[in-house]
Every structure is written in structure tokens, then in C-alpha cells.
Design a protein. Structure first.
Length: 188
């Protein structure tokens, strides 16, 4: 269904100028499909946040997880359903983790581990997201590290529940960097 909607929107937006089989049309279709899927995944998580009275935690999870994901990349599931399930798993971990007290020492160790992963692996270059320009890679790595620094600073000003959501979301996303399957890697 999502593919059908994306195809209709792409063909309407570019008109008769391009063939439906053209590279331009396919790229636009794919972008629209990704947008549709991102919107419904976000709506699912926000609905669950409202249902479980954890809307603030859910918004924090989405901002931190998606923010780092946009800079650092990570593993991609083969299907949209698989992706939704993995993100929901990360959300559940963050929501459950928001109820436990995590010591500052453990948080410091976790964040040091996350920095180490980002320095080694970010940004991940995959077949679906080949990053060939070294300048762009460097910028994405710096943005990833800066985002984690911002989260570290912000986490000192929020309740332990929100701090835990931030730390778990960042850790979950960082782990997706080292889980990239060999067949998904982009070979230059």
C-alpha cells in the first residue's frame, strides 16, 4: 500500500515529464516511500506514548534516537515491518529503563562506550546510503559526537527517567552501527 501511494504521489509531482521507469522518478518514489514509512512509525510510537502516559519520554526517545541515526546511520532491516519492530524494541527498552535508577558511574561508562563506537564506526556507509565524500563523512562523525555531547549536558538537567531514556536511546542507536551486516556494507 505504501509503495502504491508513493508511486502515485511521485508521478503526480513530476508530471508527464519523466517516464515512471526513469531514475529520477524511482528516486523520488523511494524518498516519498521513506517519508510515509517514517511518519507512520512516528505516529505509532507517539500513540503508544500517549496510551502509556509516556509522551514526553517518547518524544525525547525519538529526538535522540532519530537525531543520532540521521548522522551516524546504522543497520537497516530488510522490511519496513522489521524496522518498526526494532525501533519499538528500542522504545520499550527506553521506557522500561526510565523507571530504574542508573548510577552516574554506569552512565559515564556507557557514554564512553558510545563515544568509542562513534569514533570507530560513524557514519556507517551502506549500499542504501553510500557516503563517498570524505568531507561529508567527517561532518557526520562530528555531528554524531556533538549530539552525544549535547545529550550528556542535557541529561544533567533532567530527571533520572528522562536521562535514562536519552542514554538508552543513544546506546541502542550506537549498537546498530556495529551490527551492520556484511552484505549491506558499501565497498568502494
Amino acid at each position: 500500500m505504501n509503495e502504491y501511494i508513493a508511486r502515485k504521489i511521485a508521478r503526480w509531482s513530476i508530471g508527464e515529464e519523466y517516464s515512471p521507469e526513469s531514475d529520477e522518478c524511482q528516486i523520488i518514489e523511494y524518498g516519498i516511500l521513506l517519508t510515509i514509512e517514517s511518519v507512520y512509525k512516528t505516529l505509532i510510537l507517539i500513540s503508544l506514548g500517549v496510551l502509556f502516559d509516556m509522551i514526553v519520554e517518547t518524544i525525547v526517545f525519538l529526538c535522540v534516537f532519530c537525531g543520532l541515526r540521521s548522522c551516524a546511520g546504522g543497520i537497516h532491516m530488510k522490511t519496513s515491518f522489521g524496522c518498526t519492530m526494532v525501533v519499538m524494541f528500542g522504545w520499550i527498552l527506553s521506557m522500561v529503563g526510565s523507571n530504574f535508577h542508573i548510577s552516574q558511574k554506569l552512565i559515564f561508562c556507557i557514554l564512553a562506550f558510545v563515544f568509542f563506537i562513534l569514533i570507530l564506526y560513524a557514519p556507517v556507509t551502506t549500499k542504501n546510503n553510500p557516503i563517498l565524500d570524505e568531507k561529508i563523512k567527517r561532518i557526520k562523525k562530528i555531528k554524531s559526537i556533538m549530539l552525544v555531547l549535547i545529550v550528556v549536558i542535557a541529561s544533567t538537567f533532567v530527571s533520572f527517567g528522562l536521562r535514562n531514556v536519552m542514554v538508552i536511546a543513544i546506546t541502542f542507536e550506537a549498537l546498530t552501527l556495529i551490527m551492520v551486516r556484511k552484505e549491506d556494507m558499501y565497498e568502494e
